[in-house]
Every structure is written in structure tokens, then in C-alpha cells.
Design a protein around this ligand. Structure first.
Ligand code: NBG
Length: 812
């Protein structure tokens, strides 16, 4: 039997009876229970295992095919993955949904009940983490050999609750009851060093020996990442920190010093305890740096191990390997690969550097200068002494190159150095990432342009060809098919087949239906039914949604000023013909980001006030469903009429919520920022509500001395809105928010206020003509095909990774 070809695998149950038998054997043999005593949890676990087996079988064939072809691999390194719930996705990707529904019914459960037990692994914060999940989905869908590497945080992103004091955070023990989707692989565990010192190696100038002061183990487990409409199943490999046996102090334990006995072990395992530990203390910051190195060290050793399975020497390493750095968090991979090559494998520095540079590529996800990571040299040196030496050498050679190109330009050297000197010596991770990679990309056209013109301009002048753009995308499977089954069915009917799920540009075929009255009616009825399901307000009201992380640059405060103004207008003239609106906010704020938490609290306060007001509440409702995550997004997105993308132009790198919403037929109100620009260009100016300054105007406004009070004084309605906040009717939090707007208003909220309000009036006028609105909605979906993450992956594959698919033959 040739196991390598996956022959020897029996075909899994494809009829109802067979599937049911498989489910029962999982219930008996793996769960150890019986039909009579099976709980919903038992049924959920047994079902998940049955579905997982279908994917695992494909995984075995994928691994065999990939191994045989010894391809160039994509390794995606990311501190975050927001994978979303797994059961429903895996049912879809294994085409077992109907079989499963039948089989669990026979056990006395409904599929929906079991889906409710499926907890989403919240291993990320926001857009960056969800992008990682969409890209791994599309990598598999495009049959590209790839592994996603990350950290298996014990506690994911906190669970948010909203009280009258605003946001409160609770721990998210997501795998408390186990995670049926995960395969532990303790054999592939790695040892990771920290601290210690370095020693010279006799006879070599560049090689050193690093003697770490602490060793922590990294134990991987992987989750399966199936492609859609293809056989490929890739994996995401997540590392957990484990203390070594030696770290348990038996003699202390015997002496009754229980806490002391495990102290070292606890410290080691804290590395994968939480996502983004609070970095307001020195210890917290060090823990974050430890996490970064932990991820990088484990993953690189695993990548080398995998390379070694099929190849010898180092000559082909960079041909067979491309490592994509998802933002700067994994950037220490650059000095780490140098260390492995030079110190451990005795490769010459020049050759090692060439390999390293050719292996890595870097995606930048921000434009906010404060979000560009730097680490104090002092801390770096203590934790990673050898890496700092390597960074210094990389920097010295790099600065020589700059000096050769721009002789005597000392200011340029200072600006470009990987080491920042003032006011404190720090390692600039973004500079390291640019210097040590072959390609650098932004995530939307404008973002990539601004990176070249501002944040990374010196680097773009030195290496213009290195800089690229790859516009983000989202998975149409998760965000249309799974999230919005009604709309998916209508689209499939309208287009004649469901080929759009793998080739999203096919949605353009809906254009001809935008003027078809009966199609429009059905489209509208679906939107309404989705609103009924969401159940947050009157389904006939304009459902106006702003769902994203809370950040001042995203300007939830601008939306709130609009709400307050609407409220005051209604109060002044209750008899007018108001367009009923349900304004939905959802999103989390970083626990230590007080200004953002203030805005959440203020929204909750304003919402309660309007709710209690009999005059305004029939027309205006503000809701704030707590704990925004992928699962909640899947419920909100299909129900949205209006998508709020109102960041200050030049601040949002791309946005991906904007894409999900447009794909589901929400019309955008937005600034010329991030991917909004590309959405507008595709759906058409007439189908997009544009307002506000553009990025250049915004930068100008700041440079010319921006005075928020100037706008406050000149705009009566704005003044009224801010004055109510200052008056204290919305409590101290209202005063604080008003104060920060009047005194500083970092993101020019007041400057864009009038333009935003006028644009919202235009929205209402359009909404009053349902035929016209629905046409706009259909055209948004029809022209959003570009925003599939399948296209994003194809772009990376062609221009950055230069990889080709390795198809997996179906089981015959
Ligand atoms: C975020 C940007 C978004 C972008 C996502 C994915 C970070 C650091 N950046 O605009 O703010 O859509 O990345 O690229 O999370």
C-alpha cells in the first residue's frame, strides 16, 4: 500500500446512514458515552470529530501531494488569528451540512443547538487578525502550500460587557471545555531561550555562542484550514508555552512552599497566557517582547525542520521558503534566522544575509506613527542579547549602504537607522522589517502610497522597487455564504450557479438585475428578514451600523455627534417627517485606552436617554450589542443598510469591515480613506456617500494650525451638541469627551462635522426612495467582487511570493 499517496484511506461516510454510523462511533469510542446518556456537549464533540475526520482525510492527501512536489512554501507569521466559529464553516467546506443535520436529529438534537456550543477562538484583536484568517482560507482555496503560525493564547481577546460605566472586560477562557478542532503535536515541540549572555567563538568574527538564562518549551497544536471547492487542507500551527520539567521545584513543594515551587513554571507558561498583555508596565512590555520571540523562534525552527525533510544544505532555502511577516510583531524572525544560520549552522554572514533577505516579506498595517513598534535597547539586550548584536551588525552594514548612496547625509542616516537614539535608544522594528525583507507592502492603494510618501519615504527613495500594494480582501464563504444564506441563495439563483463563491468577480452579473423590479423586491425582503433576525430595532428603520475597534482615529465620536444632533432636531420638531433610524455600534476598546472607553460609555448613556424619551424614541434608537467578534459580525453585517466608514482620511490603512458590508449590500457613508477609495471607484460614485476632507487636506489642516473651537463657534448645531455634553446631562463622561474635542480633537472631528451631517441628509433623502436605495444596494454587491481574499492571495502569490498551486487529486 502506498501510504504516501493517501491510498489506504477508506472513504468516509457519504450517505446519511454512513455518516450516522461515523457519528455513533465517535460518540462511543472517542467520547465514551451512549446515545441514551449523550449530552448536547457529547453530541457536539462527536459531530465535530466526524466532520473533522472528513477534513483530516483531505489533509492527509494534501500533505502527501505537497511533500511529493517539494514546492515553494508560504509561511505566514502572525501574532493574531480571528478564525471565527469552526463547526459551521467546516460543515460547509466538507459538504456535510445536510448529512450532519439528519444525523444529529436522530440523536435528538438540532444542528443549531450544537452550533451554539461552538466557541470561536478569539486569538486576535481586530482587522489584522481577521485578515490573517481570511488569507489562510484563501491560500487553501487556491491550493497554495502554506502554514500559518501563531500563538495559542489560553485567554483570547477579553469578553466585553457593557454597563452604565461603559466597557468592562472579562477573561475569555475559550478552550475551557476543550477544542475539538485542534490536533496537539507534542513531538514537534521546540526549546526557546531567553536572557543570558553571548560568548565569542574562536576563529570567527561573526559567529557567537548564546548561552540563554531561561529555557521555555513551545508545544504546537494545529487547526485544519480547508479550501473551498477544492481538496486542499492546510494548517494553522499555534504554539503554547510549557515549562520544562526542571522548572518544577520538588524540594520546595515537599517543604510546603507550593507557590514558590511552581513560580518558575508559571512564569514560563505566562508567555502564551493572554493576547497582548497590558503594556502599561515594564513587565507587561517585556512579556510582549517575549511572546514575539517565542512565536518566531518556535516557528523558524519548525520551518527549518520542514525544509530539512526534503532538502539539504542552504542553497535552496530561499527558493523553497517565503515567510510573510504580518505587521512588525514577528520581525525578530529576521535576526533569529541570521542567528540560526550564522551561529548554529555556520553559514557565512554574507550568504546568510542574502538568504534571509530573500526569504522574508513584510506587510505593514498602519499609518499611525505611534503604532510603529519600537523596543528599548536595554530591554532587548537583556532578553535577547545575541539578537541585539546581530541587529547592530545588520544596521552597521545597512547604514554603510545608505552612506554610499547619499554621502554626507547624516540626517538621513539618523532617520533611517534601525536604532533610534533620542530620547532613548530603541530598536525600530519597522525599519528592521524593511531592511531585512525583499518586499514591503501596504494593504490598500492609498495606504501603500502614503507609506512611500511619508512613514517610509526614505526607504522608498533607497529601494523603490521593494514597495508594493496588495489591497486586503475578505472571505466570501464566511461573510456571504455562511453569514447571509438568504442572500447567497438569491445571488446563486440570479447568476445561475454558485461559481461566484470561488470567483467573486462573477457578482458583476447581478448588475443587469438591479433594475428588475421583482429581483429588487426579493433583495429588499431579504434585508428585512435579516434585520428581523438580528432583532435590535424596527426592521423597517434605516439600520445604520458602525462596527469596528474603538479608536479615536476611526471617529465613533463623529457618529455620536450626529446621533445627538438628530436627537435634538427631533426634540425641536417632533411632528416632522423623520426617517426612523436604528444606529448600531459594536466594538471593543483596548482596556487601557481611556479615551476610547469614554466614547463607549457615552454611547451607552446617550442610548439610554433616547430610549427613555417618548418623543424621540419612535424615530431614533441606539443599540450597542456587547462583545463584538466574528460571530456577532456574521449576524450584523447581513442586516446593515448603511455602513459607517468615517475615519479621518489618511489614518485607516485599509479596513475590511467596509468590504464585508458592501458585499452584503450595505451602502457606505465614508471618507476617502483606506480601501473606501477603491470601493467607491468600483461601486461607482453614485452608489457611495462621500464626505469630508481627503488625506492631503487633512494633513494640511493639521499643519496650518487646527483650531477645533473655530468650527464649534461657527456651527450652531455643532455647538448645541457639544454644549449638551458640556452641560453634564450625559454625566462626567460627556464633559470629558466634549473637553477633548474642543481642546485638541486630534482627528479633526469637528472639521468634518458639517460635511458629514449634510451627507447624512442625502442618505435620508435617498432612503425615502426604496427602489433607488435597493438598486444602490444591489450594485454595491455586484461591484465588490474585487474584495475577495482569493484575489488578495492571488496578488501576493504572483507579485510577492512567486508561488504556484499544488493541486490535490480527489479520492477515487
Ligand atoms: C489594521 C488596520 C486596518 C486594516 C487591518 C488589516 C492593525 C495594526 N491594522 O485598516 O487598522 O484593514 O489592519 O490590514 O491592526
Amino acid at each position: 500500500m502506498d501510504l504516501r499517496q493517501g491510498i489506504g484511506l477508506r472513504k468516509l461516510g457519504r450517505t446519511t446512514d454512513e455518516f450516522q454510523q461515523d457519528l455513533l462511533s465517535n460518540l462511543y469510542y472517542r467520547r465514551g458515552t451512549t446515545v441514551e446518556s449523550a449530552s448536547a456537549r457529547d453530541a457536539y464533540e462527536a459531530l465535530s470529530q466526524t466532520v473533522r475526520d472528513h477534513l483530516a482525510e483531505r489533509r492527509a492527501r494534501t500533505a502527501a501531494a505537497q511533500f511529493a512536489s517539494n514546492p515553494r512554501w508560504v509561511y505566514y507569521l502572525s501574532a493574531e488569528y480571528l478564525l471565527g466559529a469552526q463547526l459551521e464553516q467546516n460543515l460547509l467546506y466538507s459538504s456535510t451540512g445536510e448529512l450532519a443535520a439528519e444525523a444529529v436529529k436522530a440523536l435528538g438534537f438540532s444542528l443549531e443547538d450544537l452550533e451554539d456550543l461552538d466557541v470561536e477562538p478569539g486569538l486576535g484583536n481586530g482587522g489584522l487578525g481577521r485578515l490573517a484568517a481570511c488569507l489562510v482560507d484563501s491560500l487553501a482555496t487556491r491550493d497554495i502550500p502554506a502554514v500559518g503560525y501563531g500563538i495559542r493564547y489560553d485567554l483570547g481577546i477579553f469578553r466585553q460587557i457593557i454597563t452604565e460605566h461603559g466597557q468592562a472586560e472579562l477573561p475569555d477562557d475559550w478552550a475551557f471545555q476543550g477544542n475539538p478542532w485542534e490536533f496537539p503535536a507534542p513531538d514537534d515541540r521546540q526549546a526557546v531561550g531567553f536572557y543570558g549572555h553571548t560568548e565569542p567563538v574562536a576563529g570567527s568574527e561573526t559567529r557567537k555562542t548564546w548561552v540563554p538564562g531561561e529555557i521555555v518549551l513551545g508545544e504546537p497544536s494545529h487547526m485544519l484550514v480547508p479550501g473551498y471547492g477544492t481538496e486542499t487542507v492546510n494548517i494553522v500551527r499555534l504554539w503554547s508555552a510549557k515549562a520544562s520539567e526542571a522548572s518544577f521545584d520538588l524540594s520546595r513543594f515537599s517543604a510546603g512552599q507550593y507557590a514558590e515551587a511552581v513560580q518558575e513554571a508559571v512564569r514560563a507558561e505566562n508567555i502564551s497566557k493572554v493576547l497582548y498583555p497590558d503594556d502599561s508596565t515594564e513587565l507587561g512590555r517585556e512579556l510582549r517582547l517575549k511572546q514575539q520571540y517565542f512565536l518566531v523562534s518556535c516557528s523558524l525552527r519548525d520551518i527549518v525542520r520542514r525544509f530539512r525533510l526534503r532538502n539539504e544544505g542552504w542553497d535552496t532555502f530561499a527558493d523553497k521558503t517565503v515567510i510573510q511577516l504580518n505587521d512588525t510583531h514577528p520581525t525578530i524572525a529576521i535576526p533569529e534566522l541570521m542567528r540560526l544560520l550564522v551561529d548554529e549552522y555556520e553559514v557565512e554572514w554574507e550568504k546568510a544575509w542574502e538568504i534571509t533577505r530573500r526569504t522574508f516579506a513584510y506587510t505593514c498595517h498602519t499609518l499611525l506613527p505611534e503604532a510603529l513598534e519600537t523596543w528599548p535597547v536595554r530591554m532587548f539586550e537583556k532578553l535577547l542579547p545575541r539578537h541585539l548584536e546581530i541587529v547592530y551588525l545588520i544596521n552597521m552594514l545597512f547604514l554603510r549602504e545608505v552612506e554610499a548612496r547619499f554621502p554626507g547625509d547624516h540626517d538621513r542616516l539618523r532617520r533611517m537607522s534601525i536604532i533610534q537614539e533620542e530620547p532613548e535608544r530603541r530598536v525600530r522594528m519597522a525599519h528592521l522589517a524593511v531592511v531585512g525583507t525583499e518586499a514591503v507592502n501596504g494593504v490598500a492603494e492609498l495606504h501603500s502610497k502614503l507609506l512611500r510618501e511619508t512613514v517610509l519615504d526614505d526607504f522608498a527613495a533607497l529601494w523603490p522597487a521593494k514597495f508594493q500594494n496588495v489591497t486586503n480582501g475578505v472571505s466570501p464563504r464566511r461573510f456571504v455564504k455562511l453569514a447571509n444564506p438568504r442572500l447567497s441563495d438569491l445571488i446563486t439563483e440570479g447568476l445561475g450557479d454558485d461559481g461566484w463563491l470561488r470567483d467573486l468577480e462573477k457578482l458583476a452579473g447581478l448588475e443587469r438585475l438591479a433594475d428588475d423590479a421583482s429581483f429588487r423586491e426579493r433583495w429588499q425582503a431579504i434585508k428585512r428578514a435579516n434585520k428581523v433576525d438580528l432583532a435590535v430595532g424596527d426592521p423597517d428603520s434605516l439600520t445604520d451600523v458602525m462596527i469596528k475597534r474603538f479608536h479615536e482615529y476611526k471617529r465613533q465620536q463623529l457618529k455620536l455627534l450626529h446621533v445627538i444632533t438628530l436627537y435634538q432636531r427631533i426634540r425641536q420638531n417632533p411632528a416632522a417627517d423623520w426617517v426612523p433610524r436604528t444606529v448600531l455600534f459594536a466594538g471593543k476598546a483596548a482596556p487601557a485606552y481611556h479615551a476610547a472607553k469614554d466614547i463607549i460609555q457615552l454611547i451607552a448613556t446617550v442610548a439610554a436617554r433616547i430610549e427613555a424619551d417618548p418623543v424621540a424614541s419612535p424615530y431614533l434608537k441606539v443599540v450597542f450589542p456587547a462583545n463584538y467578534n466574528v460571530t456577532l459580525a456574521e449576524r450584523i453585517v447581513p442586516a446593515a443598510d448603511l455602513s459607517e466608514q468615517i475615519s479621518l482620511a489618511g489614518k485607516e490603512a485599509s479596513g475590511t469591515g467596509n468590504m464585508k458590508l458592501a458585499l452584503n449590500g450595505a451602502v457606505t457613508i465614508g471618507t476617502l480613506d483606506g480601501a473606501n477609495i477603491e470601493i467607491r471607484a468600483r461601486v461607482g460614485e453614485d452608489n457611495f456617500f462621500l464626505f469630508g476632507m481627503d488625506a492631503y487636506e487633512a494633513a494640511q489642516a493639521r499643519m496650518n494650525g487646527y483650531h477645533p473651537r473655530h468650527f464649534y463657534e461657527r456651527d450652531e448645531e455643532l455647538r448645541a451638541a457639544i454644549d449638551t455634553l458640556t452641560s453634564g446631562v450625559f454625566g462626567d463622561v460627556g464633559r470629558r469627551v466634549a473637553g477633548s474635542l474642543l481642546d485638541w480633537d486630534e482627528y479633526l472631528t469637528l472639521a468634518d462635522f458639517r460635511s458629514y451631517l449634510e451627507c447624512q441628509e442625502h442618505v435620508e433623502k435617498t432612503w425615502r426612495d426604496p427602489g433607488r436605495w435597493t438598486r444602490m444596494s444591489i450594485l454595491n454587491t455586484a461591484h465588490s467582487g474585487f474584495f475577495s481574499s482569493d484575489r488578495t492571495v492571488a496578488d501576493y502569490a504572483a507579485r510577492i511570493w512567486r508561488v504556484s498551486p499544488v493541486p490535490v487529486a480527489p479520492l477515487t
